[in-house]
Ligand binder design. Structure first.
Ligand SMILES: Cc1cc2nc3c(=O)[nH]c(=O)nc-3n(C[C@H](O)[C@H](O)[C@H](O)COP(=O)(O)O)c2cc1C
Length: 339
């Protein structure tokens, strides 16, 4: 059982790297305009934001990916060092395996030795309250993510599709858990009605993880040749729509934009249309596994530089000002968000 779960963790990474489907986040349908008389110079620009009381260097974190598999130790070691040195938060992958498999714990625990790293734990909503406490303590996390992955569970051979009580379990967690709770999707996005229910349940942090990046229907499909699920690869809410819809529900929640975030332009546009922060998984993994530690670190440093360049071109000095930049929606995104 444990070895099967470890193999599954490795297969997710391998299949992510093999996956081919390219859906759109629709962030290309967000139009922003050049400011030819911007008087903002690069050294005046401040990309820092405050996240759960900590100042971080830019509105980006590395989102949940791994732990438990044979390659997880080195991946989590590298990602946690890079995130600590760049002062951006990092979420570990689902810690579910660590509850029963003692050997797998090392691959998670190692992040707690990165003392300056903002660490976020991760479990599925169906886990017991005590499991969340265990997962939090394992990495001494400052916050916990609760993931929703219905699409993955439904196409996964050994998947769990008993989702009927997800909202009541989430409500209990947000009300009683002693650390902040982030509710996140895993690539299919959060709709407006779902965001409303989450907010009514007391959720303050939503990571939309929309369509346009990592595709878990394909990742699972590549593990199992019995059924061909390729006709479902297009399922999900494009990330740009999910950001707009989630933000429209409340100004008082913290919206994390993820799902297909790959460039500084994606980050800037996500913030302009309503996100407070963004998160990246797959693209960071690509740089780490294809290019190595330095390539991955340089990629993230360049993202920070390019965010500054775009902010200079827009004529804004802070992320707060960036949120007030005018924009227009075009194409399919415009059609989808019009009521
Ligand atoms: C290899 C891999 C493993 C993942 N494992 C988890 C996980 O254990 N828990 C989770 O909440 N999300 C997991 N995710 C989903 C990501 O956190 C993220 O929501 C999703 O990949 C969309 O972002 P992206 O397009 O930037 O990859 C995983 C993603 C990848 C690529």
């Amino acid at each position: 059982m444990n070895s099967q779960r470890r193999e599954r963790k490795d297969a997710h990474i391998e299949n992510y790297l093999r996956s081919k489907s390219r859906e759109s986040t629709l962030l290309d349908n967000v139009y922003i305009e050049h400011n030819a008389i911007s008087d903002v110079s690069l050294d005046e620009i401040d990309t820092t934001i405050e996240f759960m009381g900590k100042k971080i260097s830019m509105p980006l974190m590395v989102d949940a990916m791994t732990g438990g598999g044979s390659t997880s130790v080195s991946i989590n070691e590298d990602l946690s060092s890079i995130c600590e040195s760049l002062n951006i938060p990092m979420a570990v992958g689902s810690e579910s395996i660590a509850i029963t498999d003692e050997e797998s714990r090392e691959s998670f625990e190692l992040v707690k030795y990165k003392e300056d790293l903002f660490r976020i734990g991760n479990l599925g909503f169906e886990r017991e309250f005590n499991d969340f406490l265990f997962a939090r303590d394992l990495i001494e996390a400052q916050a916990m993510q609760v993931h929703l992955n219905l699409a993955q569970e439904l196409v996964m051979k050994e998947g769990d599709n008993s989702y009927h009580s997800s909202l009541s379990l989430i409500t209990k967690l947000v009300n009683d858990f002693p650390y902040p709770i982030i509710v996140k999707e895993t690539g299919s996005g959060i709709s407006k009605p779902v965001a409303k229910k989450l907010v009514d349940a007391g959720v303050k942090y939503i990571d939309v993880a929309g369509k346009g990046g990592t595709n878990f229907i394909e990742i699972e499909d590549l593990r199992d040749f019995e059924v061909d699920y390729s006709d479902l690869y297009g399922w999900g809410i494009p990330t740009a729509k999910s950001i707009i819809d989630t933000r429209s529900v409340s100004d008082d929640i913290f919206v994390i934009a993820s799902g297909g975030i790959k460039t500084a332009m994606d980050i800037v546009k996500a913030i302009i249309i309503g996100a407070d922060m963004t998160a990246m998984s797959g693209e960071v993994l690509n740089y780490l596994l294809h290019g190595g530690y330095e390539a991955c670190e340089s990629f993230l440093k360049e993202i920070n530089l390019k965010i500054k360049i775009i902010m200079a071109l827009l004529g804004v000095r802070s992320i707060k000002e960036l949120k007030n930049i005018d924009y227009k929606l075009t194409g399919q995104l415009k059609e989808l968000v019009e009521d």
